[in-house]
Design a protein around this ligand. Structure first.
Ligand SMILES: *Cc1c(COP(=O)(O)O)cnc(C)c1O
Length: 392
C-alpha cells in the first residue's frame, strides 16, 4: 500500500524515469526489445532474467498506467486491456469453464449482455440475470457452481445503485467472486475493492481518458487473480497500446478534479430537469428524490457526470429534443469534457431485444446526458431550448 494520499498517487504512482531523465513519463512505442547477446535474449525469454520481451507481455508505459490505476483503486495489481470489453473478455476467458455459472445484473452495458449471451453461453457457461437491487434474487441465483457475480454501480443509464458489501457477502458465502463495473464512478469516487469486491472492471475510454480520445480498459484485483489474467493476455493478446497507456496515465492525474467538476455540473442540470414540465422523471443519484440517493451517498464520494431523464411522448419527443440541441454532441460515448447526448433505446442499447429493453428499463422517451465541463449555464440553456421545442 502506498505511503501517499490519493491526489499525490494520481500524479506520482507508478512513474518510472529512464536514463534520459525525462520528467513526463516516456512513451515506449515499441513492439519488441533488443538484447546485447543470444544469452541475454534466452535469459529474458525463459524468465530467469527480469526484463521486457515483447509488448503483448509487458511494456514500460503500460506498466506505469497499471501501477498507478491499481494504487488509486486500492488493489494489489492491475492489467490494462485494449478496451473495456477486452477487459470483460479477459475476465471471462481467464476464470470460466464449462458448467460454471455467472450471476449478472440485468441493468448492464449493452455489449456486456451481448458478450455474456453470445460468447460465454456457447462454451457451456450458464448466465443468469437478476434485478441488481433485489438481494433475495442474488441469494437464490448464486449456487456452488457460480464463478463470479457481476454488476455495474452506478448503472448506465438509469443510475441504479447496488450495495457492494451486500452482494459480496452473498457471493463469498458460496465461494463465488464479485466483479464490479464502476466505469461511471471511476476510482476517484468509489473503490469497490475496499467494500468487498474482488475485481474492478474499468473502461478507461470514459472518464479516465476524459476527453474522448482513445479506448482502453483494465481489471484491478489481487496479485493472484491478475496473474491469471496476465497468462490469458500473453496467449490471447487484447493488450493496451503504449500510446493509449500514456494518454490514460496522464488522464489519471486530473481525474479527481474533473470528477468533482462533472458531478457539480450534473447535479445542477438534474435539479433543473426535475422541475421541467416536459420531463417525467430524472435518474441521478445526487437528487434527494432519487431512489438510491442514500446508498450512493454512503458508497460514493460524489455522484458523477452521467444522468438520464424521460420526456413525455416517447421516441418522437426524445428524438425531437436530441435533434434540437445546439451545443451538445449527439454521440454514444460518455465521460468527455464535452457534454454528450444519447438516445439509449436506439443506440447504446439498440442491440437488445424489445423484451430485454423493457426488463432493463430502457424506454423510448429516455435521454442520456453525459454532462461535460462547459459552463453549466450554457449546458442548461441548451437543454432547456431543446426541451422547449416540445411545448411549441
Ligand atoms: C463503455 C462501457 C463499457 C465498455 O468499454 P469500452 O471501452 O467501450 O469497450 C463497459 N461498461 C460501461 C459501464 C461502459 O460505459
Amino acid at each position: 500500500m502506498s505511503e501517499f494520499k490519493d491526489a499525490t498517487n494520481a500524479i506520482r504512482a507508478g512513474a518510472r524515469q529512464t536514463q534520459e531523465q525525462e520528467n513526463s513519463e516516456a512513451i515506449f512505442m515499441t513492439s519488441s526489445f533488443a538484447y546485447s547477446s543470444a544469452e541475454e535474449a534466452a535469459g529474458k525469454f525463459s524468465g530467469n532474467e527480469e526484463g521486457n520481451v515483447y509488448s503483448r507481455f509487458t511494456n514500460p508505459t503500460v506498466e506505469q498506467f497499471e501501477k498507478r490505476l491499481a494504487t488509486l483503486e486500492k488493489g494489489e495489481a492491475a492489467i490494462a486491456t485494449s478496451s473495456g470489453m477486452a477487459a470483460l473478455m479477459t475476465l471471462a476467458y481467464s476464470l470460466l469453464s464449462a458448467g460454471d455459472r455467472i450471476v449478472c445484473s440485468r441493468n448492464i452495458f449493452g455489449s456486456t449482455t451481448k458478450f455474456f449471451n453470445a460468447y460465454t453461453r456457447k462454451f457451456g457457461v450458464e448466465v443468469l440475470y437478476v434485478d441488481a437491487t433485489d438481494y433475495a434474487a442474488w441469494e437464490d441465483s448464486i449456487n456452488d457452481n457460480t464463478r463470479f457475480c457481476y454488476f455495474e454501480t452506478p448503472s448506465n443509464p438509469l443510475y441504479e445503485v447496488v450495495d457492494v458489501e451486500r452482494v459480496a457477502a452473498l457471493a463469498h458465502a458460496k465461494g463465488a467472486l464479485l466483479c464490479v463495473d464502476t466505469v461511471l464512478a471511476t476510482p476517484a469516487l468509489q473503490n469497490p475493492l475496499t467494500q468487498g469486491a474482488d475485481i474492478v472492471m474499468q473502461s478507461a475510454t470514459k472518464f479516465i481518458d476524459g476527453q474522448g480520445r482513445c479506448l482502453g480498459g483494465a481489471l484491478i484485483s489481487s496479485q493472484a487473480l491478475v496473474n491469471e489474467f496476465t497468462a490469458f493476455m500473453r496467449s490471447a493478446g487484447p493488450c493496451m497500446s503504449p500510446f493509449n497507456a500514456w494518454v490514460l496515465l496522464n488522464g489519471l492525474e486530473t481525474l479527481s478534479l474533473r470528477m468533482t467538476a462533472h458531478s457539480s455540473n450534473a447535479l445542477k442540470l438534474a435539479q433543473r430537469l426535475e422541475n421541467h414540465p416536459a420531463v417525467e422523471k430524472v435518474n441521478y443519484g445526487g437528487l434527494p428524490s432519487h431512489k438510491y440517493h442514500e446508498l450512493a451517498k454512503r458508497q460514493q464520494k460524489d455522484f458523477g457526470g452521467l444522468l438520464s431523464f424521460v420526456v413525455k411522448g416517447g421516441r418522437e419527443s426524445a428524438w425531437k429534443v436530441i435533434n434540437s440541441v445546439k451545443l451538445m454532441s449527439i454521440t454514444g460515448n460518455l465521460g468527455d469534457t464535452k457534454t454528450l447526448v444519447t438516445h439509449p433505446a436506439t443506440t447504446t442499447h439498440g442491440r437488445l431485444s424489445d423484451e430485454e429493453k423493457a426488463k432493463a428499463g430502457i424506454t423510448e422517451g429516455l435521454i442520456r446526458v453525459s454532462v461535460g465541463l462547459e459552463d453549466i449555464d450554457d449546458i442548461i440553456a441548451d437543454v432547456e431550448q431543446a426541451l422547449g421545442q416540445l411545448t411549441e
